[in-house]
Design a binder for this molecule. Structure first.
Ligand code: CP3
Length: 349
């Protein structure tokens, strides 16, 4: 019936219920791994690292060598698109992202076509990783979703998003124009990633929380729908995972309205909510608390077993509800992956 060589992640996204779910972890590459910290220290800065295919491919593959994960996610960042559209982006050490003044939106609209070419290094990273990764392990491409990326572009940094929401109310036409530019640039970028070897595409809407239902429809559901439709119109059939983090009960509206194959859930999602989304014919992903992974121990084991029991009866991808914290002990990640896959993890360095 099914091709046993087909990566487990893609079988789950095609709607199969597997005897054990695939597992990968948001931010599986990164500062929790000593080999990443060593590699990172050789890069001039984080943005240059993301645009260096040799280094980015190595960072993507590091967690794959250490753990029997079912999928790799390309090493890049959601803030590469603003950079490609002409907004200055940099990372302050120990603080996080900073962005220069928001460029004129009409001017950015004129840069959309060229922006994809400025991100060609990420396509090269995907090609390199796909050439090295075993066929049973899938490669995920991603982009930030328009609203989340817009919050950084408007506020110039990570924030509580109150400035971006105020902007949405006070400058509705500008916000819609900015989202339209991001929809277009993001769709083109994801088409390029699919053509470069990405086998699943994830939209990170990290800041979907706190939005009223009508605003959620306008800034999250609408743009996500438009991106998937544009990618499909380009002839790309690669499955999508949408992650409206913090959307609460509105995640059900999202699952109903956005034609994604998978819906990623955050830490708060109830067992019942996840099952209802599976009942809508979608695959769900999530939602172990990243703080519980960091804490480890019997409480983590119990929650892992609980997640497998509550969602494993339908199409499910095991993951966290938010990315791996930099100070997470590697042994805890090893224990988690071992528990979900049943595969022994080599002693960690
Ligand atoms: O392993 C993976 O998940 C793939 C790589 C990846 C990174 N960022 C690498 C990264 C992915 C998928 C992202 C997505 C991303 N980037 C999001 C959405 C997911 C989320 O976490 O909510 C967001 C909001 C960003 C923006 C961003 N990038 C912030 C706020 C920061 C600073 C916080 C921090 O941890 O330093 C980054 C930097 C970043 N992106 C790092 C990594 C590995 C750390 C930078 C470093 O190593 O110097």
């Amino acid at each position: 019936m099914t091709d046993p060589k087909k990566p487990r992640l893609l079988r789950a996204l095609a709607g199969e219920t597997l005897e054990r779910p695939p597992i990968w972890l948001m931010r599986q590459a990164g500062r929790s791994l000593p080999e990443y910290r060593a590699l990172r220290s050789r890069a001039k800065d984080f943005i240059a690292f993301c645009h260096n295919p040799e280094m980015a491919a190595e960072a993507t593959l590091q967690p794959m060598r250490r753990f029997p994960l079912d999928a790799a996610i390309v090493f890049a960042d959601i803030l590469l698109i603003p950079g490609a559209l002409g907004q200055k982006v940099w990372f302050e050490v120990g603080e996080g992202p900073r962005l220069g003044e928001l460029p004129d939106i009409a001017r950015m609209a004129g840069e959309v076509e060229a922006s994809t070419g400025r991100l060609s290094a990420i396509g090269e990273t995907l090609e390199r990783v796909r050439a090295e990764l075993e066929p049973e392990r899938a490669l995920i491409g991603f982009a930030g979703a328009p609203w989340t990326v817009a919050t950084y572009m408007i506020e110039g940094r990570g924030s509580d998003r109150s400035g971006a929401r105020t902007y949405a109310y006070e400058n509705p036409e500008k916000l819609d124009a900015l989202l339209a530019v991001l929809v277009d640039a993001t769709a083109r970028y994801l088409v390029m990633q699919a053509k470069s070897g990405a086998q699943a595409l994830k939209l990170f809407e990290s800041w979907a929380e706190g939005l009223a239902e009508d605003v959620f429809e306008r800034v999250v559901v609408g743009p996500h729908k438009a991106i998937v439709e544009k990618v499909r119109a380009a002839g790309v059939t690669t499955p999508f995972i949408g992650f409206p983090r913090g959307a609460g009960a509105l995640v059900e509206n999202y699952a109903r309205s956005v034609p994604v194959e998978g819906v990623a859930l955050d830490t708060q999602a109830s067992a019942e909510l996840g099952r209802r989304i599976q009942g809508q014919g979608k695959t769900i992903q999530g939602a172990l608390d990243n703080l519980l992974l960091r804490a480890g121990g019997p409480a983590m084991d119990a929650r892992v077993d609980g997640l497998l029991a509550q969602w494993g009866g339908g199409p499910y991808i095991f993951n966290l509800g938010h990315g791996v914290m930099p100070d997470t002990p590697v042994e805890h990640i090893a224990r988690l992956v071992e528990r979900v896959t049943g595969k022994p993890v080599r002693a960690v360095a």
